[in-house]
Design a protein around this ligand. Structure first.
Ligand code: SF4
Length: 122
């Protein structure tokens, strides 16, 4: 079974042709112009990761929502769990950009961090 994909690791955007042993296992990659392309294809098919970018509710701060993201990519298969957990978070103390609002989020070894600072409501 073959699958085509575009490497997004650099602007060159190589067209990759991936040969699969089965739906989740890569046997070979062609079309990449550097090793990052093969690594990208294997990761994307065998263990896809995504950085979650979203917002959490606030209470008593200058905005009702605080934009947040995970400090590193998390398994794509955990995104629904992550969104459920995000909906339960309410930030009520002022935060600075980059500050963790949830440490070791879902036990995944990454933090959920604020992507902007928020002060108290007037
Ligand atoms: S395979 Fe290498 S050169 Fe091609 S898009 Fe990916 S990172 Fe860039």
């Amino acid at each position: 079974m073959k699958r085509t994909m575009t490497c997004i690791e650099c602007p060159r955007g190589c067209a990759l042709e991936v040969t699969l042993e089965n739906e989740w296992k890569v046997s070979s990659v062609a079309g990449h112009q550097c090793p990052r392309g093969e690594k990208y294809a294997r990761q994307e098919i065998e263990a896809p990761m995504r950085t979650l970018t979203t917002a959490v509710l606030t209470r008593g701060l200058e905005l009702r929502m605080l934009p947040v993201r995970t400090s590193a990519p998390i398994p794509k298969g955990r995104l629904m769990d992550a969104m459920s957990a995000v909906k339960k978070i309410v930030v009520s103390a002022p935060v600075e950009t980059g500050q963790a609002v949830a440490e070791n989020f879902l036990g995944l070894g990454v933090d959920l961090v604020a992507t902007r600072g928020l002060g108290p409501a007037d």
